[in-house]
Write a protein that binds this ligand. Sequence first.
Ligand SMILES: CC(C)(COP(=O)(O)OP(=O)(O)OC[C@H]1O[C@@H](n2cnc3c(N)ncnc32)[C@H](O)[C@@H]1OP(=O)(O)O)[C@@H](O)C(=O)NCCC(=O)NCCS
Length: 152
Amino acid sequence: MIRLMNAADVPAVAEIEKLVQSHPWSKKQFEDAVNAYQSTVIEENGEVLGFCILQPVLDEANLLLMAIHPSQQGKGLGYELLEASIAMLKNNPVQIFLEVRESNTAAVKLYEKSDFHQIDLRKNYYPKPDGKREHAIIMVKACSDDFSKLFN
Ligand SMILES: CC(C)(COP(=O)(O)OP(=O)(O)OC[C@H]1O[C@@H](n2cnc3c(N)ncnc32)[C@H](O)[C@@H]1OP(=O)(O)O)[C@@H](O)C(=O)NCCC(=O)NCCS
């Protein structure tokens, strides 16, 4: 089941985040995200397996963060969560933007499957655990029919 995140989900969500990110969001950031953004979770049998945080801005949206618990990855849950979360956006965005680490092949492929396209590269944007930095790929998904013609 995919539903809006609430405050009671934050410990489980922060735990997943810690398992998958080298620079994880804090519990406080997730608590704030419950109210400030459209934050969703995917759960099975009452257990939170992943989350997605989208920031609606006027007639656009930014995908800020998403993750699936490592033990549940590769089963289609990330794609299901992403598609459902985008469909739940109330501002009916024309386009959705995101930034992703260049080395994060699984995420880049997921976003491409959801019709995001690379539009730019932000050089040396993300810090790495070894002190070096890596590029961010900027991707956009066109949500309106008129706009999507630009990419086809
Ligand atoms: C990125 C992430 C959310 C994908 O979730 P997932 O549930 O494992 O993905 P799905 O099983 O729904 O796969 C959807 C598509 O993503 C791509 N994909 C997923 N895992 C992949 C992998 N290990 N290698 C290559 N492509 C992969 C595939 O295109 C796949 O479609 P397909 O099965 O038809 O080939 C998950 O790997 C994750 O949580 N990663 C750590 C956190 C993160 O990087 N978040 C994104 C940046 S904020």
